[in-house]
Design a protein around this ligand. Sequence first.
Ligand code: ZN
Length: 486
Amino acid sequence: MIAALAAGCSTGTPTTQTPALGVTTESASPSDTGTTSIPPSPSPSPSASPSPSASPSPRPSPTATPAAASCPTTYALPDPKRPRLSATVSFSDGTVTGTERIVFTPDLAVSEIVLRLWAAAPRPARAGGGIDIRSTKIDGRVVTPRRSSPTVLRIPARVAAGRAVTIDVAFTLRLPTGINDRFGHRGTTAWFGSGLPLLAWERGRGWAVDPATAAFAEASTSEAMELTSLTVRRARGLNVIATGVQVSEDGVTARFRARSVRDVAVAVGKMRVAHVPVGNVDVVVGVAPGLADSPLATARELARAMRVHAARFGPFPYERLAVAVLPDIGGGIEYPGAVLLGKNQIRDATASHEVAHEWFYGLIGDDQGRDPWLDESFATYAEALDRGTGPTYERMTIPSAGKGQTGRPMTFWETRQSIYFRSVYIQGGVALIQARRAAGAAAFDNALRCHIRRNAHRVTTPADLRTSLAKLPAAIRVLTAAGALR
Ligand SMILES: [Zn+2]
């Protein structure tokens, strides 16, 4: 996530051009078609020191210590026992009526299922947003849940480790208007991210019940899931931009699926749409009515950033990047294979930052409440390398209350929201830039690529990163001094 102007970058003067309303489709120019491909990862530099061994072996559990010396050659595969999610949502003005089914195989015994209701977080709630749970079932039986806080739904269920349980939830989302957030609607444009009750599991640890935040930030945690089916119903004439590959579309009902995503975002509206292919990846951008953004220019900038990040970190991890440019959002909010973007965001760091999150949060996840720096500092780092803004960031002043506190959780920043951006995004991004310099760029880049491959489709911790940097003590010293690693 990034807030508009937070990076000190101007978003430019407001444009006065009014776009034509209605559904128009720009197709990519011939130069965008079939000529692009994601560059392969550079081969390990001679100065890097991973052993040449290594087949990509998925970690058995987060408590296992991966051998720092082995570098997988490809991304670890998604866990074959990952949760399977299917959902149907119907948009009607500012209301979304939905059902979801999650088949979940916990790796630890549980006595309850915990789903997070992020639609009831402080930001959407104060603008009238929310979620009602209409029914919950465990293995087909109706079970009465308990809502221990607005965003925490607890459903009694005793499940042994390794046994699959089926969770069915029926819910209704109320989308607010006029707030800079992941939930919103304006006219016939409507959107949500983290709107489906979210299975808050972290393998090897248990339920993630970090408090919600009132900041423009995330506090959610979820394992990568197989999205077996996402069905989106809406009024005829509205487009759908959503997580996953589109399987079918008849103008009223669109279906999507995805191999491994940890959350879902959906936007509907009378959008202007453009596609730009990047190798096998479809970058699709829909611009909501009333916004002057060019869907093609936006898709091209996202594609450009995707190529740069892929060259450094590894192949883009999803089959598609679906981006909705929406009213009321200032900045951008990342989802696996999807981004909810504000207007005019290709003129500053936001587009590159959000694309970087597809690796840092999307592919290698984190507990965004406990370790927000693991995705925000890395997305800032990636975007700074892409755009050459590292020296600018290195000159920025870090507020004294945030100095050396990069690794603090969202509960720490809750009362320090005004210094969150500089203390985590900038301080953490700069620490990574300086760690790279201290360790040597080639060795650091190689260690980070190995880290991403090893932890693909997992929820990572600072300890995982420390393991991956074990042979680069100079980098660890820099990150420790910034309070990122402890
Ligand atoms: Zn971010």
